[in-house]
Design a protein around this ligand. Sequence first.
Ligand SMILES: *Cc1c(COP(=O)(O)O)cnc(C)c1O
Length: 472
Amino acid sequence: MKIDAKSDLFRKLPSVGELLRAPELATFVAEEGPTAVADAARIVVARLREEIGAGRVNSGSIDLALQGIPQAIERQLRQELSYSLRSVINATGVILHTNLGRAPLGAAALDHIQETAGSYSNLEFDVAAGDRGKRDVHLERLFQKLLDREASGSRGVSTIVVNNNAAAVLLALNTLAEGGEVIVSRGELVEIGGSFRIPDVMSKSGAALREVGTTNRTRLSDYEAAINDRTRLLLRVHRSNFEITGFTEQPALEELVQLARKRGLPLMEDLGSGALFDLHTIGIQGEPGVLDSLRQGVDAVTYSGDKLLGGPQAGMLSGRTDLIQRMRSNSLFRALRVDKLTYAALEATLLSYVKRDYAAIPVFRMMSMLKEDIGARAEAIAGKVKTSAISVDVVDGESVIGGGAVPSAVLPTRLLALTMEGRSADEIATRLRGGDPPIIARVEEGRVLLDLRTVFPEQDDCIVTALQALAG
Ligand SMILES: *Cc1c(COP(=O)(O)O)cnc(C)c1O
């Protein structure tokens, strides 16, 4: 009986051919073409069939459901033909939010991408000589200015760029240690967000991991005792996203440098973040900079382009010219190389460093933003939300740098704290994410918190509009 009723309903469903001839859909068919409309119609009808099968559409609601088919096709088409990757407002206060794309690019980087990627470029062409060139030359002169002159005098520092820091570590380990052993402290066998794990990368590189010390204490003598004929490299990994405190010990970098020199082995450091400016100047301690490591005599360092450097996703390998030259000759380098968009964005970002125009780099601007200025913007927004349906307070809080950089460094900030009668914090956060553009907030202790440190000032009006819409 019930089955029969359902099969009657199934028979009422229009065929895709009928829908394509339906007058309500004629404009869509003309605008988007019959194939796109037929695809969308197939999905909508299949969905309706499922609803009938599950009993969610029955003889009482079938007519309404049938009438809604043209609109459902329109919605389906609109969704299919819109972008999936889109801009969001980051109100979390996490400056390097890996899920939200890490560092936003500065205006110069965007201009440079636009100018070079929309036309042909001299990516691998030496314009003066009229001959084939190399893509690295565009960045080489900037890295030389930033690192070489200041870093290590006579040794000479070179840099190559690959797809991300994970790729840089892989390339370095494969080049320097394939078939041999790499010594790493047990306290540094880290996993970084997005499943970058030192032991896994090591095994893919063809090098064997030689763990030394314990989770909390590793001494210089542990490294020394582990060195043997198969040892190719000493590796130091920045802990990035966690800290070990309490009963701990780790040799100083200079001790490791001395040991490596004495035994004729290279020492590499995976820095992770790789700041190119002095973080102390904005009150952030404990994050090693690229120059600090090179000056102390580390032979090669790897770091990301889209963390504290504030540029595009990329992985840099900077170090002794002879070692970097070997990495450049490795066929893996060709597989891991970056495209012209990345070169353009990175060149513009590095040029800002060379000009010491740090304010041109968005993550730097965000890190150096003062609590008072953030508070003033928050008060201005709160003052514009004129409705009693939503309560907007401005309270003290903390922003974090994120992205596996300086885990303990927090930046004092002022937050917008939202609550609504009869609506949970999670519901409010969901509504904010459902807006256009979506606003991503933090939920803590029953409140929704918005940190304007990571919101661009020109987006403040969007926040006002969204808060008003919430109340409405
Ligand atoms: C972030 C990080 C990585 C991974 O860098 P990606 O650029 O995301 O590939 C590797 N090592 C350390 C220490 C890091 O902090």
